[in-house]
Design a protein around this ligand. Structure first.
Ligand code: DHB
Length: 304
């Protein structure tokens, strides 16, 4: 019996398996991200890091809805300087680290990315698609701006750069192509979908920001369609993200064209055991269907 391999290569990164945590859900402390890796993730992804510490929006910032969560945190984070200390601890443990980052201006994007790159992150994930912060979300729906920021960042870093795309656009392939033309090494698809939760008791929106980003199983069919469309539009690899909860979801994303996967909301509903659950299910699926490697599944559903 041939050995089944979960290991993948994506944009030059060699990972022991294709399942990472999604940015945002867990924060960026070394202790927490180390636990994600110990529980079986192939790499860890930080919460989005900005240049300076940022408080984010006041509570309430999260609403639980049918099939998922709506959140509007407002990109709270302790700033890049703080994270560099945490990064040192993670790298001492040999953990592959993908740093999610954002800026409020083009220069900020470049500065944060440069500092993260110099400090030794394994890859960068450019968050140009936060739905809750004026400017950052708008950036992600403008192909010219996405190309410019991708190009500017890529010119100053020597690490693989993934651009995380927003589903809140009329044609996601246009943005995907813009990021590819700007030099992105891969795309993460997708960020959260703009949504709203109301309280009938208060007769008001629940979130202080009024609107927020929908994640979890309710997002999955939309995100899967985005991965499908992007796969047909670009050459660079895709990290699938949006409502992945079980190994079956993971297989669907691979078949649609994702080369790697991120799990966010399911960490809340399943706990950190979700990484082992998905990897075990994926291994069984490969074995039972006569495949040897994850890469053999990528995009398979597109073949006529
Ligand atoms: C936030 C950022 C995101 O990128 C997202 O998808 C949802 C919420 C935030 O910090 O508000």
């Amino acid at each position: 019996m041939a050995e089944i391999r979960l290991a993948i290569e994506i944009a030059g990164l060699n990972l022991r398996n294709p399942v990472m945590n999604a940015a945002g859900i867990l924060g960026l402390t070394a202790d927490l991200l180390r636990r994600v890796y110990e529980e079986g993730a192939g790499a860890v992804v930080t919460k989005s890091i900005g240049l300076k510490p940022r408080m984010g929006h006041p509570n309430p910032t999260v609403a639980i809805v049918e099939g998922g969560l709506i959140n509007a945190m407002g990109l709270p984070n302790p700033g890049v300087e703080y994270f560099l200390g945490e990064l040192e601890k993670l790298k001492a443990g040999g953990i592959p680290v993908v740093a999610s980052f954002f800026g409020e201006t083009l220069d900020e994007f470049v500065e944060v990315a440069s500092r993260l790159s110099e400090a030794g992150v394994d890859a960068l994930e450019l968050n140009c698609s936060c739905p809750n912060v004026e400017g950052v979300g708008i950036l992600g729906s403008d192909p010219g701006a996405v190309k410019r920021v991708t190009e500017a960042v890529k010119g100053c870093v020597d690490k693989p750069l993934f651009v995380k795309l927003s589903p809140n656009v009329s044609d996601i392939t246009e943005i995907a192509r813009a990021a590819e033309r700007g030099g992105a090494d891969g795309l993460t698809a997708v960020n959260t979908l703009r949504a709203i939760a109301l309280s009938i008791e208060a007769r008001r929106p629940i979130l202080s920001n009024v609107t927020g980003g929908l994640s979890g199983p309710a997002l999955k069919p939309v995100a899967l369609r985005c991965v499908w469309e992007i796969y047909e539009a670009v050459e660079i690899p895709i990290i699938g993200c949006g409502g992945i909860t079980t190994w079956r979801d993971a297989v669907e994303y691979l078949l649609a064209g994702a080369s790697a996967l991120q799990v966010g909301t399911a960490i809340m509903t399943r706990g950190l055991r979700v990484f082992r659950e998905i990897n075990m299910g994926l291994r069984n699926y490969l074995e039972e269907n006569g495949f040897r490697e994850v890469s053999e599944l990528v995009g398979l559903a597109h073949e006529s």
